[in-house]
Design a binder for this molecule. Structure first.
Ligand code: M6R
Length: 612
């Protein structure tokens, strides 16, 4: 939530900051702002709404300078207005501050500062911070003033501060909100995530919780929470600028849907060891944890949104293959429900961004209570990677569309691998079966390509049903989470009310909703509950419902009942969620497009949810 960028350079940086903000816009798009220092003056431009509004104003006014910061906001405290847009300033007008996170004790701080004569202009929690820094600057240098100010703040933050009287200098600090340093030639940067920096550099330093950083064009200095200098740990980002670009597509979401064959194959490849001739599943980024996995006797999966849906698929796979009991919790619930954690308990977190605060809070709680944490994560260097005992990295690449697509299918591949590794650790997987499992997964890329080549049916179904007000999505077994995911995709980008349900549960309530106006999307691919699903479809038909079925192209039984079929290639049932979700992602996309929705930036949402 909220995107942050800062740059200290020897050239004008307004364009660079606007470019970075465009890459970060998926983090929030309620308002945007920029501040630059030029000839000893601080110029601040803020606009309600999208970056385009800000860019128009920056261009028209010719604002520029060598030191600058920019912010794109996802509103928490205070309406999405210009007055509440960042950067915020202090009373002296010397400071400009951008913030991502929530200052929980902002009211107490505000009252205290007011009593000292400070005047506030916004409804935000963030505005107290420049005033706090200003107070400390009466006796301290900017860097120390920021260090002292963060000690008074309770909550989460990534702050970036510039001071009109100190051009060429930027100070940043983070706790539980991401902040990464980018290293350039004769210029240095700060940003919420690497996607904003890819056009500038791939050499980065991930800041740890409690770190404070000082940037000039030539120097980066990082201090730990005790104020001691830290050596710079420079990482090279694997992603490139092209991966984060739209590449000729109308929307990131469509590009990301189409990337799925390649990223699914890449994620699998990362987890195969082919050194001995026969490929074996490996967890290269959890090597230290792997021997211990044989002891695991219980697994709690914790995640949010789409990643939680992947977790539900994981439960099916792990219980079936490894025979380990698994429960799946929303991260926001897990943290507060006093889960019973035993000695051999593995907590498995799943997250695209690795920055979702609910998920981070859940695993921190679990680790504090002695559990080991393994995380499936897409973003290297993210907080979840740093805070876990081991990770299973997905290779989705940058996912910019707010609606998650390729992250989901690569998470499912990671869960396939993990379930087999756990099965092997418990003596339930022999070499022959493992080789077959590897082959089945390798073929998936081609099945996905085949699936993506069948676009017309989805587009037709979208046209037929785009004006519906409600949708019901049904699935059973390992495809029940796919029904949930199909419903989530549709509601978040088209704003149509949609519910996902286990098909067998429909008769216990939702069946009352069925009529000719509410399309019922059923995942009805071959598998052990196929006949049951056919019966559930009959129940819908008997009540006048209209059915869109995701099914094998030649499934005559489904065709007989369904009004519309979205054909998918046949794969093993346990792999089928990876294929079956694709037409549902596309259905949501085309329906949203027909309804004129802003697909990559749906209202009220943000890509990475860094507040609780
Ligand atoms: O980055 P994460 O995977 O932790 O994000 C979790 C959810 O916020 C995310 O999946 C969200 O539900 C997406 N908008 C779904 O499309």
């Amino acid at each position: 939530m909220c995107g942050i960028i800062g740059c200290a350079a020897r050239r004008d940086v307004a364009d660079l900051i606007l470019g970075g903000l465009r890459q970060l816009e998926y983090r929030g798009y309620d308002s945007a702002g920029l501040a630059v220092i030029r000839d000893g003056s601080l110029v601040v431009v803020r606009r309600e709404g999208r970056i385009d509004n800000l860019a128009g104003q920056v261009k028209a006014s010719g604002v520029d300078g060598h030191t600058g910061i920019g912010h794109t906001r996802w509103a928490t405290h205070g309406a999405p207005s210009e007055k509440n847009a960042h950067p915020h300033s202090d009373g002296s007008g010397n400071l400009a501050v951008i913030h991502n996170g929530i200052i929980e004790n902002h009211e107490v701080l505000r009252e205290r500062l007011k009593a000292k004569g400070h005047v506030f202009h916004s409804e935000t929690d963030s505005e107290v911070f420049p005033h706090l820094v200003q107070e400390h600057q009466k006796t301290h240098d900017l860097l120390d003033a920021v260090r002292l100010a963060i000690q008074e703040v309770r909550g989460t933050y990534a702050f970036v501060v510039i001071d009109r009287t100190q051009p060429g200098r930027i100070v940043g600090a983070r706790r539980d909100s991401p902040l990464v340093v980018g290293l350039g030639k004769g210029e240095n940067y700060l940003a919420s995530d690497v996607s904003a920096l890819l056009a500038l550099t791939r050499d980065v330093v991930y800041l740890a919780n409690g770190d404070v950083v000082e940037l000039t064009p030539d120097r980066v200095r990082v201090l730990d929470e005790n104020g001691a200098d830290k050596p710079l740990q420079i990482s090279r980002v694997e992603w490139d600028a092209e991966a984060a670009a739209k590449g000729g597509y109308r929307h990131y979401m469509l590009k990301e849907i189409d990337e799925q064959p390649a990223v699914v194959a890449k994620t699998l490849q990362r987890h195969l060891d082919e050194s001995s001739g026969k490929a074996r599943f490996v967890l290269p980024d959890a090597a230290a944890l792997e021997p211990w996995l044989a002891n695991v006797d219980r697994i709690s999966i914790t995640a949010c949104g789409t990643s939680w849906h992947a977790g539900l698929v994981g439960k099916f796979l792990i219980e079936k293959r490894a025979g380990i009991p698994v429960d799946v919790d929303y991260a926001s619930e897990f943290r507060y429900r006093d889960a019973v954690l035993s000695k051999n308990h593995l907590v498995l977190a799943i997250s695209q961004s690795g920055e979702t605060l609910d998920t981070l809070a859940a695993i921190r709680e679990a680790r504090a209570r002695g559990a080991k944490v393994l995380s499936i994560v897409n973003v290297q260097g993210s907080s979840l990677v740093r805070d876990s005992d081991g990770v299973v990295l997905t290779d989705a690449g940058p996912e910019i569309g707010v609606a998650s697509t390729k992250a989901f299918t690569t998470q499912l591949v990671a869960l396939q691998v993990l379930s087999w590794v756990l099965a092997r650790a418990r003596g339930r997987l022999d070499r022959e079966r493992e080789a077959k499992a590897v082959e089945d997964l390798r073929v998936l890329r081609f099945k996905l390509e085949e699936c993506l080549s069948r676009g017309e049916e989805v587009a037709k179904a979208a046209e037929l049903f785009a004006r519906a007000q409600d949708f019901l999505f049904l699935g059973r077994g390992v495809n029940y989470p796919v029904a949930l995911e199909g419903a989530l995709k549709l509601k978040e980008i088209s704003y149509i009310h949609a519910e996902g349900y286990p098909a067998g549960e429909m008769k216990h309530g939702p069946i009352a909703l069925i009529d000719a106006n509410m399309p019922v999307v059923v995942v009805a691919t071959p598998g052990r509950v196929h006949e049951k699903v056919l019966s559930n479809m009959q129940e819908v038909k008997a009540r006048g419902g209209r059915i869109v079925a995701v099914a094998a192209a030649d499934d005559a039984a489904v065709r007989k009942i369904a009004d519309f079929v979205l054909p998918v290639p046949v794969v093993d049932e346990d792999l089928s969620p990876i294929v079956n979700v694709v037409p549902l992602q596309r259905l949501a996309y085309w329906v949203a497009d027909l309804r004129g929705c802003d697909i990559d930036k749906p209202r009220n949402l943000a890509k990475s949810v860094t507040v609780e």
